[in-house]
Every structure is written in structure tokens, then in C-alpha cells.
Design a protein around this ligand. Structure first.
Ligand code: ZN
Length: 309
């Protein structure tokens, strides 16, 4: 009898040992599966991040290529102005919700048959803006240069010819062109302009000559160039609606403390003129201050070069 119960006890102990062993194995297996699973998940996530990065860089390339195409076919009246504001995304310039927005409306390529209308609208709202003008000597244009200055707006240079193949052919031709537009503005208005907007912006991909050559020259001459960080969209899209112009500007001005808005003063840009009153009203209702560019305006430049370069 005693022998029987001793055997039974041994069997039970053996069973217990087996059970514990099973449980241990199960825990080990579970831990292993968990570890492998986690590694797989990490691998998958890393791969996703990598492939998303690739997609973003591909998209950027495509979009720049598309925009460059638009620009290369530009004639003297239309502007290659579609390059993204690379260098203009200055972190110091990002707006907090309670910042007062400073907005600089800029009009390129004038004077045109629309200049008078733009000036009238600005006058209606007592708003001052900036006109980056080209060289035109017909009597209407000469009057418009004078009106721009007389009515308190800033007049800046946007090259004389606006012909990329001439303006950017070499440093010498850039200098000649710059002197021509500066002299014309001075002769008509008495203002020796020291503000410049590169045709196509400082980041244009049209010039064969490295843009840093021209940038350096402007720096030496004490001429300040301004690009833009907000695009109305009237440069590349001929059929853009008033609504879209307003939307483009309103969507972007909220991002920056200082917004320099690219618009055009050209005969074929009627919707820019039509959009202007409502745009000004919307900006003002957001509490934005609309100002003309001066030498003290926060720089908005796509490409900058360091002094010692
Ligand atoms: Zn232009």
C-alpha cells in the first residue's frame, strides 16, 4: 500500500515538472514570436518612411521640371515666376496665430493697360504696394511710372527688357540692362531705385550664367532684391479665376509674418485686377497690414549668397 502511494506521488511530481516545462516553452515561444513580429513591424515602418521620402523627392523634381517648362516658353510679357519659394521659408518668418500679418502686394511686368486700374483700386482702399517695372517708353507707360511714385507706391526694377536671353546673357549685359531701367525710372520719376526683382526670381532655372554672379553684383551696388513667398497664381495660369487668385493668396499669407505676394500688372491679367478689391478686403478683415516694400522690409529671397563667397 505504501509502495503504491509512493509511486503515485512520484508520478504526480513528474507530471508537474512536465507541466512547468510546457509552460516555460510556451512563454519562450511567445516571446520569440513577439520579438520577430516587432522586428518585422520596425522593418516595415522603416521601409515605408524610406519609400515615402523617395516619393516626395520625385514629386518635387516633377513639379520643378513642369514649372521650368512653363517658364522657358515665357515671352517678355509673361513671367517665369513659378519656382517654389525655396529659401523664402525662413523659420523666423513663420507666423504665430496672434501675429499681425504684414503683406506686401507686388506687381511685376508693368506698366500696362491695367496699371491705371490697379492704382485706382489701391487708392480706393488707401493701400500702398510695390511695382517692379520693366522699361517702356510709350507715353502711357511714362505717365504710369510717375503715377506709381506720386501716389506713394514703391517703384522697383524688374529689368529693362525682361528678355531672359538678354538680361542673363552675361554679367556685362545684366549690368547694361540694370543701368537702363534704373536710368529710365530716375529720369521719369526722380527716384533712384535700389530695389530689384529678378525676372523669374533669384531661383530661376532659365539663366545659363550662375545667378550668384548677378546677386553678387546687386549686393555690391547696394541694390536689394526681393523674391516672393506667396504666389497669386496669375503668372503661370492664363485662365486663373479671381476666386482662385484670392484663395491662393489667403491660404498662404497666414503662414508668414511677412508675406511678399507675387502678382502681375499686364494687359492679359484682367482677373488680377478684378480680384484685387476683394483680396484687399479679405486681407484687411484678417487684420493684415498692407505695406509697400522698403529697404527695411524683412528680406524674402529664394537664393542668397554669403558675403565671403
Ligand atoms: Zn516678370
Amino acid at each position: 500500500m505504501q509502495e503504491e502511494s509512493a509511486k503515485e506521488a512520484l508520478r504526480r511530481r513528474q507530471n508537474k515538472v512536465k507541466r512547468v516545462k510546457h509552460i516555460k516553452n510556451a512563454i519562450k515561444a511567445f516571446a520569440l514570436i513577439y520579438l520577430i513580429g516587432s522586428l518585422c513591424l520596425i522593418g516595415y515602418l522603416l521601409f515605408s518612411v524610406y519609400s515615402l521620402k523617395e516619393q516626395v523627392s520625385q514629386l518635387k523634381k516633377t513639379s520643378i521640371a513642369e514649372k521650368t517648362e512653363t517658364g522657358s516658353s515665357a515671352d517678355a510679357e509673361s513671367d517665369f515666376s513659378a519656382v517654389d519659394a525655396y529659401g523664402a521659408e525662413d523659420e523666423d518668418n513663420l507666423a504665430d496665430p496672434d501675429d499681425t500679418l504684414k503683406v506686401y502686394l507686388t506687381f511685376d511686368d508693368g506698366p500696362s493697360s491695367n496699371t491705371g486700374k490697379i492704382l485706382d483700386i489701391l487708392d480706393d482702399y488707401s493701400v500702398k504696394a510695390t511695382f517692379f517695372v520693366n522699361g517702356k517708353t510709350d507715353s502711357h507707360s511714362l505717365k504710369m511710372y510717375k503715377r506709381i511714385v506720386k501716389e506713394g507706391h514703391t517703384i522697383g526694377m524688374h529689368s529693362y527688357t525682361h528678355d531672359y536671353s538678354q538680361v542673363y546673357a552675361s554679367l556685362d549685359s545684366f549690368k547694361d540692362d540694370l543701368k537702363r531701367i534704373q536710368d529710365l525710372i530716375y529720369k521719369e520719376t526722380g527716384v533712384m531705385s535700389d530695389l530689384y526683382r529678378f525676372p523669374g526670381g533669384s531661383s530661376n532655372q532659365v539663366s545659363d550664367t550662375d545667378m550668384s554672379v548677378f546677386i553678387k553684383y546687386l549686393n555690391e551696388q547696394g541694390i536689394t532684391y526681393f523674391d516672393w513667398n506667396v504666389m497669386s497664381g496669375d503668372a503661370t495660369n492664363e485662365k486663373i479665376t479671381q476666386h482662385d487668385i484670392i484663395e491662393n493668396v489667403m491660404n498662404d499669407v497666414v503662414k508668414y509674418k511677412t508675406s511678399v505676394v507675387l502678382m502681375h500688372d499686364a494687359a492679359n491679367k484682367d482677373n488680377t485686377v478684378k480680384a484685387l478689391p476683394k483680396l484687399i478686403e479679405k486681407l484687411q478683415s484678417k487684420g493684415a497690414v498692407l505695406l509697400p516694400i522698403t529697404k527695411d522690409t524683412t528680406l524674402v529671397q529664394h537664393v542668397t549668397i554669403k558675403e565671403d563667397q
